[in-house]
Design a protein around this ligand. Structure first.
Ligand code: AP5
Ligand code: ZN
Length: 216
């Protein structure tokens, strides 16, 4: 079962992907998380990615595609993945098609989480992430039970380095320019499912699960 979660920065891709991964028993593969892991471990790839991430620009396609290919070859990805943040350009979408077809697989659905632009900055500004497990909270919309602590493991919550307002605006702009065209690309292929991402988190999850059940 191979799925893509698409949508602008702050739409709730990571939030929903984590929940779906648990419910469906397939791994959550987030390009942004993979880059942040490289950054944290100070690998050469992480050092290269940082130059782009700090500015809200896309990391070059060849680097990104290579990283995802490596991840998809891991044994835990054998029965499918939930992709979050990949593909983001037409070249990445094409590479994904090739990788999946080499493995004898194909996309089941592209789930597009729709949220109006004016809401995105409010969501990103209030986001706090667990240092230990990556769980995502919101100071107002999804607060942790204990301030500054993860509900799941008590880990410390932090704000992402690319969550300054300037970089957030640039990420949204880059999404509109480079990634939004993929919406019609997948719609034309009959794979796109649009879900209203302005509903509360559990309602969005329910809508996504329903769309997946119909298609699989
Ligand atoms: P990435 O990590 O992918 O960031 P992004 O696309 O900007 O998306 P976000 O993680 O900011 O948002 P999200 O949709 O996951 O929202 P979330 O669930 O956290 O990419 C970062 C950088 O890495 C890029 O800029 C680029 O440099 C590089 N990169 C990554 N992939 C790449 C690629 N393929 N090619 C090239 N470069 C790449 O939710 C946001 C907030 O809203 C949270 O606080 C949450 O609690 C809250 N929230 C969620 N849902 C709801 C709801 N329904 N109601 C109310 N609040 C909600
Ligand atoms: Zn945690």
């Amino acid at each position: 079962l191979d799925l893509i979660l698409m949508g602008p920065p702050g739409a709730g891709k990571g939030t929903q992907a984590k929940i779906l991964s648990q419910r469906l028993g397939i791994p959550h593969v987030a390009s942004g998380d993979l880059f942040r892991d490289h950054l944290h471990r100070q690998t050469p790839l992480g050092q290269l990615a940082r130059q782009y991430m700090d500015r809200g620009e896309l990391v070059p396609d060849d680097v990104t595609i290579g990283m995802i290919r490596e991840r998809l070859e891991q044994p835990d990805c054998r029965d499918g993945v939930i992709l979050d943040g990949f593909p983001r350009t037409p070249a990445q979408a094409q590479a994904l098609d090739e990788m999946l077809s080499e493995m004898g697989r194909s996309l089941v659905a592209v789930l597009y989480i729709r949220v109006r632009e004016e809401l995105l900055l409010r969501r990103l500004a209030g986001r706090w992430t667990c240092r230990t497990c990556g769980a995502v909270y919101h100071i107002e919309f999804n607060p942790p039970r204990v301030p500054g602590r993860c509900d799941l493991d008590g880990g410390t919550l932090y704000q992402r380095e690319d969550d300054t307002e300037e970089v957030q605006r640039r990420r949204i702009q880059v999404y509109q320019e480079q990634t939004a065209p993929l919406v019609s690309f997948y719609r034309d292929r009959g794979l796109l499912v649009e879900v209203d991402g302005e509903q509360p988190i559990p309602e969005v999850t329910a809508a996504l699960l329903q769309a997946i059940e119909i298609r699989r």
